[in-house]
Design a protein around this ligand. Sequence first.
Ligand SMILES: [Zn+2]
Length: 264
Amino acid sequence: MIYKGNIEKMKTKLSAEVEYCIPVGEEYVSLNDFIGKPIKLSFQNQINCVACGKKTNKSFSQGFCYNCFMEAPEASKCILHPDKCQAHLGISRDMEWSKNHCLTPHVVYLSVSSNLKVGITRQSQIPTRWIDQGATAAVIIAETPNRHIAGIIEKYLMQFFSDKTSWQKMLKGVNNDIDLNKEKEAAISYLPEELKQYCKLDHEITTIDFPISEYPAKILSQSFDKTNVLEGTLTGIKGQYLYINNSQVINVRKHRGYLVEIEL
Ligand SMILES: [Zn+2]
């Protein structure tokens, strides 16, 4: 089958193995059944902004035209620096958007992607956020009423935990043996009293298995900014990455808004 359209980040469903579906224009293409089979991705030399739809020569911040990158609430500073989110004070690029994205329940979590990391997300984005990161396990530390407080807790915990994933290690399947419940207990103990009230005192760990059987020793990162055609066997999927011929990887999320023809 051939599908052609602007691609979006893959939709996922937590199952025995994560189920992946890539939006191509109006269609949703399930990918799990095609693992072990040929795939061809051809970039059509066109990028459309994921916010306004206009053609753009370059994608800013994973899918935006320059104008939307500067103006759209989805690309605002509070996404990268949640502790600086001011929506609770009535200040934002778009208060309507902030009502649904910042002034809603958030969680602070610890996850294991390659290393242990701390992060935050909207409660409704669990487990999507963890799957997108390629995390194999995660635990919620705290639940907060908005993005700002989650951001403050995260910033505090960044003194003790990394907030970054090594995507190369994640893609090579490097996993440290980490006791998440023990790390969670430590994280909570570090927090000042006024932040402890948001902590969740259970031991519920989410584990995630990805549809990949053999991890490559070397990773060759591919992008439609370097090459127009990627072709080979789809050997696995993890996070937002497709593995082609084992070692070639492409970050689908990075190519949001790219016009691509996919042959499966
Ligand atoms: Zn735009």
